[in-house]
Design a binder for this molecule. Sequence first.
Ligand code: IPE
Ligand code: IPE
Ligand code: MG
Length: 236
Amino acid sequence: MVSLDKLIDLKKLPKHVAIIMDGNGRWAKKQMLPRIIGHNNGVKTVKKIVELTRKLNIQVLTLYAFSTENWQRPEDEVSAIMALLKTYLKSELATMIKNGISFRVIGDISKMSKEIQEELKKVIDKTKYMKGLVLNVALNYGSRQEILRACKNLIDKGIKNPTEQDFSDSLYTKGLPDPDLLIRTSGEKRLSNFLLWQIAYTEIYVTKTLWPDFTEEDFYKAIIDYQKRDRRFGGL
Ligand code: IPE
Ligand code: IPE
Ligand code: MG
């Protein structure tokens, strides 16, 4: 069998890949395990996919980790996810620095615990001059909240007749290219309040594979599929 990495065109890689990492709960349920074990295993996938995107020289990887709606989940699940996030930040900082990864966050982190905010600020600060992959993690992120915030920013700046560029510059994703490819795992064909402005012309790839089962091969499949698309942007 030809390995999938031979089938991708390295000259036509997406600059920015965004992923809705879904299906941790169902993965755990299938094996009669608590949902948090699914999230634990989801973190393992995160590490694999971050490493792969870095090796492929993709510029930006945006991961949807926690939505503004996810606070509605049971408190023990929310706090377990927060604990996992903290462990991830502590354990990955050295690797990020070694690998030139610049860590960023999109979303309103002021609603998160002081401890997590401090940890996030530390990792953001220590990796901000890194020149490699931009790892952009969506935390307490909701696209509607982001859009409202952008409107308020524009009002505060006194911009009465904003251009599309002014608007983009008021979003959390300021300065980043729009995603070329959006991957959603676990089969759901919806956006769940993710990057609504930014994905106007993004190619969408949905796979039934649950996030903890998502492998490098699956990522290659998504890229291969993306590379077959005819991106017209409204033209001919
Ligand atoms: C995605 O997995 C992770 C988060 C939303 C934090 P889910 O927890 O949504 O898993 P399912 O959709 O219940 O399987
Ligand atoms: C989207 O997944 C949010 C994240 C992956 C963090 P959800 O599981 O929260 O979305 P819905 O509820 O299926 O729309
Ligand atoms: Mg889900």
